[in-house]
Design a protein around this ligand. Structure first.
Ligand SMILES: Cc1cc2nc3c(=O)[nH]c(=O)nc-3n(C[C@H](O)[C@H](O)[C@H](O)COP(=O)(O)OP(=O)(O)OC[C@H]3O[C@@H](n4cnc5c(N)ncnc54)[C@H](O)[C@@H]3O)c2cc1C
Length: 214
């Protein structure tokens, strides 16, 4: 969709300096976990700034969610975190080709706010009866209840603060899994190297970089 006002349903703290923002799904909006939207902040002087946020809900039926790592010095992060239910925010999209397409066995690698699409894809894949492995690197993990629920539902979930390549080695099965990678660019590079070391065809991996880390 082109730039469209959407209504905020909820803003929830999901861990240190991280919020999940739930929007009411506008008429005709369709998107898959792993795709992203552009959220626009309009200023009183008529200027505007847009940033990209990746879906962190497994579907977009009725509502959809994005998970925002809030840099206190940022332009959109703190502003999004202070939205209230009922506020309208301009959203455009979806964008992106690196999304879940029903693969029967997945290995999802996430760094920092990449955990948003990771939990969304894992939940969608578990619901579809797929085999799910998820490795998440963060000093201060977020979305812990959803990660725990995924484990309980049968997914293999590892949350680490370092030695990420060891977590990948523990979960990887290059003969079987489709690989997904989400996070800032340095994380995506390291995660792709870890996949290559485990014998994955990294050209076939779905990798979405969030750009340089702040
Ligand atoms: C495809 C894609 C998907 C993404 N998905 C997500 C997601 O799901 N969740 C998520 O949290 N993020 C995601 N991002 C990142 C997100 O779009 C923003 O970049 C991020 O939230 C920071 O935006 P901000 O406006 O809050 O901060 P910004 O205003 O961009 O500032 C970030 C930091 O840079 C500093 N800074 C800004 N300008 C300068 C300058 N000129 N010189 C020096 N320092 C400067 C600021 O002080 C601040 O510390 C994604 C990005 C891409 C490209």
């Amino acid at each position: 969709m082109d730039e469209t006002p959407v209504t905020v349903r909820a803003v929830e703290d999901v861990g240190p300096e991280t919020v999940a923002v739930t929007f009411e799904t506008p008429e005709g909006f369709a998107a898959e976990p792993g795709q992203f939207v552009r959220v626009v902040r309009e200023f009183e002087d008529g200027e505007s700034e847009g940033r990209y946020y990746t879906l962190s809900s497994p579907t977009v039926a009725e509502t959809f969610e994005v998970t925002v790592g809030v840099d206190p010095e940022g332009t959109l992060g703190p502003w999004l975190a202070s939205r209230e239910p009922g506020d309208e925010v301009t959203v455009e999209g979806p964008f992106g080709d690196e999304y879940y397409q029903g693969e029967p066995s997945v290995l999802v690698l996430a760094g920092g706010p990449g955990v948003g699409p990771a939990v969304a894809i894992a939940e969608r894949a578990v619901e579809a009866g797929a085999e799910v492995a998820l490795a998440y690197e963060d000093d201060q993990p977020v979305h812990e209840p959803r990660l725990a629920a995924l484990s309980e539902a049968g997914a293999s979930v590892l949350v680490v603060s370092d030695a990420f390549e060891d977590a990948v080695a523990t979960l990887a099965d290059a003969s079987d899994q489709a690989a997904f990678v989400y996070g800032f660019s340095a994380f995506c590079g390291a995660a792709t190297d870890a996949l290559e070391a485990e014998g994955f065809d990294t050209d076939a991996a779905k990798v979405e970089s969030f750009g340089p880390a702040p």
